[in-house]
Design a protein around this ligand. Structure first.
Ligand code: ADP
Ligand code: MG
Length: 252
């Protein structure tokens, strides 16, 4: 059995006496696409906060890196340091530079710090240029590379932001409800995109839309969070037919 790329063991996080995360155990393997579902308030976003250093656990272990000899203790690092290790998070609402073109958004994300772009544009190598060209196609925005990002449809902004995260070559991608507000067609395309990224990247997707969860889970594992802890974990069909899951999540 390989070593997990992400190990979360016995992690708890309390807010004003309320246990948002409670003795959580979670293991993710390199290249895995894992879907996390759970009712509102189950602790899904807090789980991402703890991995990315936005919040600190009260107790427990959070380690990153598939090599047991050189993994990182994320509980000792800040948000910036964790991002530098190759962990990128996509929040639910798209966050793009609306006044800049699609292409410039990708350049800015790849080349880092805002404000200093003029000189950075010239410093792009042809390899970097080619990579961004590929990314543009991957997120299906090649026809809109010169559009101002603010003019894109909601779904396209979400894809652009995924492209911006990919420009940073993350090892682990955390994606919070990517299908929210999307049309069925956009949702399906988003699913195809995430599936095509798995293998090369390890991905955790938090999602509510069950048709979408089914599409991206395929034969991978789905984790159900409830009251800050894992209620059930398994293939989509097992999870969907689990009695505890039906009671708390599906309400029957
Ligand atoms: P989910 O994303 O599954 O809907 P959250 O992780 O956002 O759930 O929230 C889990 C619980 O923790 C909620 O009851 C929420 O109010 C609480 N919580 C999350 N973050 C904070 C915070 N920064 N301060 C206080 N309470 C919080
Ligand atoms: Mg949430």
């Amino acid at each position: 059995m390989p070593h997990p790329i992400l190990t979360v063991e016995d992690v708890s996080k309390t807010y004003d006496g309320f246990k948002a995360i409670s003795n959580l155990n979670f293991y993710l393997y390199d290249g895995e696409l894992r879907t996390v579902i759970g009712p509102n308030g189950a602790g899904k976003s807090t789980f991402f906060d703890l991995i990315t250093g936005r919040a600190q656990p009260d107790k427990g272990k959070i380690e990153f890196g598939a090599d047991p000899a050189s993994h990182h203790d994320l509980t000792r690092l800040n948000e910036y340091e964790i991002n530098r290790l190759g962990i990128s998070r996509k929040f639910q609402t798209p966050s793009v530079y609306t006044e800049h073109t699609v292409w410039d958004n990708l350049v800015l994300s790849m080349k880092g710090p805002r404000g200093v772009f003029a000189s950075l544009f010239k410093r792009m190598t042809s390899t970097e240029h080619d990579r961004l060209d590929e990314l543009l196609k991957l997120v299906r925005l090649d026809a809109k590379r010169d559009w101002k990002a603010g003019l894109l449809a909601h779904g396209e902004k979400q894809w652009l932001e995924i492209g911006m995260l990919l420009a940073q070559e993350p090892k682990l991608l955390l994606v919070d409800e990517p299908a929210a507000g999307m049309t069925d067609e956009e949702t399906h395309r988003t699913g195809e995109l995430l599936i095509s990224l798995s293998g090369k990247h390890s991905i955790i997707v938090v999602e509510h839309d069950m048709a979408f969860v089914k599409q991206i889970a395929r034969d991978g594992n789905v984790t159900v969070l409830h009251q800050g802890t894992v209620l059930c974990e398994g293939k989509f069909d097992e999870v969907q037919s689990n009695q505890k899951v039906r009671e708390v999540y599906l309400g029957r």
